[in-house]
Structures are given as C-alpha cells and as structure tokens.
Write a protein of this length. Structure first.
Length: 456
C-alpha cells in the first residue's frame, strides 16, 4: 500500500480518537464517541496488517481471534456492578501488552538502537509493568477477592521508595549496558512496584487509582509508538495519557484530597478505609407506601444514585418511578457526584442504560444550591457522597465535596443494611430526625413504591 495512503488512514484514525474523547466528555454523545473510537482502532489495525511487512501473520491472526473470543463475551456478559473491575483489568492488559512489545523489540534489535530508543524502551517496560500489576491488585480489591482496606505491613513505607529507586536505576543502567538480564530484572522489579503502589490504597480512593493507572497505560503506549516508530501509537497513547491525567486530577479534586493523600494516605492514617461493620443504633424506618406518599405529594424531588443502585440493577425501575412522579407534576432531577460508584462516570453509564434523559442529570455543584428548597431527597445506594463527615476534620473523607442532602426538607435512604459505605465510616445523617430508611433490595423497594404510587 502506498505510504501516503497509510499515513492518511492513520490521520483519519487519529481524528476518530480525538472526536471519541470529545464525545466521551458528555453523556449525550458518549455512545457516539465510543463508536468513533472503535472505528478508529479498527481502521488502524486493518491498515497496519495490510501495509506493514509483518512476520508470523498466522500467529497474529490467531492472537486477534483469541482476544476477540475472550473480550467480546466478557464485555457483553459483565454486570454493571463488575464494570469497574473489568475496566481495570482491560487497562492492565494494555500496559502489559506495551511492556511485552518493548521487551520483544529490545531482544530483536536492542543492540542496534539509539540511546533515545533504549530510554523509551526502558520507560515502557517500567510504567507498563507497574500499570499491569497495579491494575491486577485494583481488580482484586473491587472484585472482593482481597480486602478493600489499605494493606500496609511493617517496613512497607521504606520498601516502596527503595523499589521505585531500584526500578529507575535499572532503567538507567540499561542505556549504557544494553543488558538483557537488566531488562528482565526491570520488568520484575516494576511488577513488584505496581503491587506495592496500589496495596496501600483503600475504599473510596480506588476509582482515582483506576484513572491514574489508565494514564500510565496511555504513556506506555505513547512510548511504545516511539520505540516502534509508529506515529499513530504515539498520538493515541498521548491522548489516553493526557486525558487520564486530567481525569485523575479532577477526581482528586472531587474527593477534596491531594493525590498524594490518595496514594500514600495509609502511611499517615488518612486513607479511606474500606469495609466496616454494620451499626446497631436505632433509626427511623418506613414502608414503600409511605415513601410513595412522600414523593407523590412533593413539589420537588432530588434522587442521589450510588453503587447500591448498580448492585440491585434497579435503574430501570427507578426511571419508571421518576416518570410517574413527572406525570404527577413533580419536579425530579438526578444528582450526580463525580466519584459516585466505582469508576469515573459510573452513574452516568448506569442511568444511560435505562434511557434516562440527559436533561434530568445534574452535577453536584449544580444541584447543591437547590437542595434547601427540595422537599424530598431519595438516596438510592449512595452513602459516602452524601456523608456530612466530609465537613469534619480527622475523618477518612474530610474535605471531600459532598451532595448536601442534609439541607433538604426530608431524606429517604434506600439501604440493604446498616453497613457503612465503601470508605468504611458511619453516616450520621442516617440517624438525623429528618431522615427515614427503607430497608431491602433497592429494585424490590422501588417496585413496591411504584405500585403504591400508582394507587394514590
């Protein structure tokens, strides 16, 4: 294929990636953006297979077929509650792929490469390995295969920086020596660094780490593009790295904590804890018919969705309830906290799945001024993002901006139990005189509330 056409195709693919990121910045255009990104990636792969003189084409096609056979069913069958850990795992695979490509490239032509190529190779191996092993630990935490609390052991505060220095030192040592042994040592130490990097992170900080590791993977892809002399990889990796970095910064701001507090807070006691035991303090509870009356005769209702909504897969039933309230003339909006759920945009994706109109979704900063004039706030499966403990010093979520539901006239929590949220701390709002709780599975509770509302 003529190289002019190849570069033109790569340019079209790069534009698709840019437009995909632009689309993903808005719930309204997210699906279109995702489709554009897929088109760009497909175009890039096809052009590369056709235009480049590739060896072992049979093995390449077998790998593509195997990856498709594993990836498509995994993406189609995974529950919305498991989407964050799937994203973490896929992200880790991307980092591992970039690191492996860099190792293979070094083994095939490392002795003949320039100093800059060797530096990019070392960088790709280091950061790609950290991204892979760190993403695996994140997956295990989210999947419940290990504790979500920070894992810290004696000496870890010293071992972590030593491991980081050793990884950087090995990367630098590769440049003059071009040693194959050092390359594999770098990969091993970097894998250990990724594990040590994520172990101290706990509770509600995990979504920020997912975003940060995504940025790491983007940087490795960009560096591998430099190693392979592929401009499209360089562009795509830079886009992912830049967007992941910005998202990490925005999420840290949404948590009201510096990124260093997220990553290393366990060493100073400021990390979100995860886990926690259920409270046995008395609370005010009510039934679905009572909730229906409160909502049906309200003028203004705000709904705060959280991870519990995803667990119950109740987004469709919630939309049915909102539609009924709207028919009765009740003003209803959804209040979306930036870090609600287990990954960036989790609630937006969940509600989009139920075809909730984008106009009903309001960000935290937009909805907070309206809460003092709100009759009822319905909290469905959320806890940490409405916890007033964020306004108090000395708590794991101190300084985190929250949705100020305690300023509304009445608050109804839909909860399965009295266990705390992902941050592992109790919510005093649950025991406030204006708060009432409806216990049970969120989908079942909402279904009964819908039935009761229809009979009003």
């Amino acid at each position: 294929m003529n190289q002019t056409w190849v570069q033109l195709a790569y340019l079209v693919a790069a534009v698709c990636f840019i437009l995909a990121l632009k689309g993903l910045s808005s719930p309204k255009f997210a699906r279109r953006g995702n489709a554009l990104g897929a088109v760009g990636a497909t175009l890039a792969v096809v052009v590369t297979l056709v235009a480049e003189p590739l060896e072992h084409m049979t093995w390449i096609l077998v790998a593509i077929a195997l990856g498709t056979a594993l990836g498509v069913p995994a993406a189609r069958r995974v529950a919305m509650t498991a989407m964050p850990q799937l994203v973490a795992l896929f992200n880790g695979v991307g980092g591992a792929a970039a690191a492996i490509v860099a190792i293979v490239e070094f083994l095939s032509s490392g002795q003949d490469e320039s100093l800059w190529i060797l530096a990019a190779t070392a960088f790709t191996i280091l950061v790609g390995s950290v991204s892979f092993s760190g993403s695996v630990i994140t997956f295990l935490k989210l999947q419940g295969l290990m504790t979500s609390r920070p894992v810290v052991f004696p000496g870890m505060q010293v071992l972590l920086p030593i491991t980081a220095i050793a990884a950087v030192g090995l990367g630098v040592a590769i440049l003059p020596t071009e040693s194959t042994a050092l390359v594999f040592a770098l990969a091993g130490v970097s894998l250990l660094l990724g594990v040590l990097f994520v172990l101290p992170v706990g509770g509600a900080d995990v979504p920020i780490v997912i975003s940060l590791l995504n940025a790491f993977t983007g940087l490795t892809v960009a560096a591998s593009g430099f190693v392979l002399d592929n401009v499209l990889l360089l562009v795509a990796g830079t886009l992912v790295g830049a967007s992941g970095t910005l998202l990490t910064r925005l999420m840290a701001q949404a948590m009201g904590r510096p990124l260093t507090g997220t990553l290393f807070g366990a060493f100073s006691g400021t990390s979100t804890l995860g886990g926690g035991t259920a409270s046995d303090r008395p609370v005010r509870s009510l039934g679905p018919s009572d909730v229906a009356v409160m909502l049906g005769y309200a003028s203004k209702v705000v709904i705060v969705p959280g991870y519990g909504l995803a667990v119950a897969q109740a987004q469709g039933t919630l939309k049915e309830l909102v539609d009924l309230l709207s028919e009765r003339g009740v003003e209803v909006t959804y209040a979306i906290h930036p870090v609600a759920g287990r990954m960036p945009g989790h609630m937006n994706v969940l509600l989009a799945e139920a075809n909730v109109p984008y106009e009903q979704l309001k960000e935290m900063d937009e909805v907070n001024p309206e809460l003092p004039t709100t009759d009822v706030v319905l909290v469905v499966g959320a806890n940490d993002v409405v916890n007033p403990a964020a306004r108090q010093p000395g708590t794991p979520i101190s300084g985190m901006p929250i949705i100020n539901v305690d300023q509304a006239q009445a608050v109804v929590f839909l909860k399965r139990s009295m266990r705390p949220g992902f941050a592992g701390i109790e919510n005093e709002l649950l025991f406030d005189e204006k708060t009432q709780l409806l216990f049970g599975d969120a989908k079942d509770s909402l279904s009964k509330t819908v039935t009761a509302l229809k009979s009003l």
